[in-house]
Design a protein around this ligand. Sequence first.
Ligand code: ADP
Ligand code: MG
Length: 238
Amino acid sequence: ASETDAPTQKHRVTAKGIDVPPAAATFDALKKRYDVPSLLLSNLSKHGFKHPTGIQSHGIPILLETRDLAAISPTGTGKTLSYLLPIMAALGSSASGVRAVIVAPTRELAHQIHNECLKLAEGRKWRIVLFSKATASTLADRAVRDKVDIIISTPLRLVSSLQAGDLELKNVRHLILDEADRMLDPEFLPQVEEVIASCTHPDVQKAVFSATLPAGAEKIAMDMLRNPIRIVVGLKDT
Ligand code: ADP
Ligand code: MG
């Protein structure tokens, strides 16, 4: 997308919650404030990401401060990077098993997220897995599984590996539900709840991202999150 697609100025942003961290107007400000690794920032500029979008300015500091987040921002406003950058800034290099899980409702969306992930991770040796039947079966081998850093998956695929005992999520520190309006509807909710229950680390950070969040789904989301901040970009309530 071109730079003019970045909707930073066009959209109204509201943030609600306790101790909301201030927005970052530039990617450079994130580096100064949070010591985001230079490699990540140079990967951004290499791929033409010059200025953060509204959801990125507001959402990235919140996630970097390890807060839970419900983020509502229209399609095309760069929600993916809003969670990928904080995950990768926190990831480090120690191989201690899967530390981030991103759940999306379809294979196609998971695939797009994976592509965005690979751009930002250039130059790092993280193992980022787009979960499929084939990759899931290779992860049944613990030695392979322990080297994986990030998994991107549909909920059903995760649940079948969890139920087979082929996947552990106890070291996960970042759990993201993308397209959360669909993830929290009755079709997916039981699987999503099972994934959440498997992320047993006490410090797991949870965030939901969506273009829209109907009242029912929003209530479920807020109950899942701990001391959450809620950000709305655009004119959700009109
Ligand atoms: P959403 O999930 O909100 O629908 P995406 O994360 O898919 O949006 O991003 C939409 C497009 O905008 C993608 O092509 C992405 O690479 C691009 N993009 C994201 N952030 C920026 C940015 N800060 N500057 C320029 N382009 C961006
Ligand atoms: Mg998206």
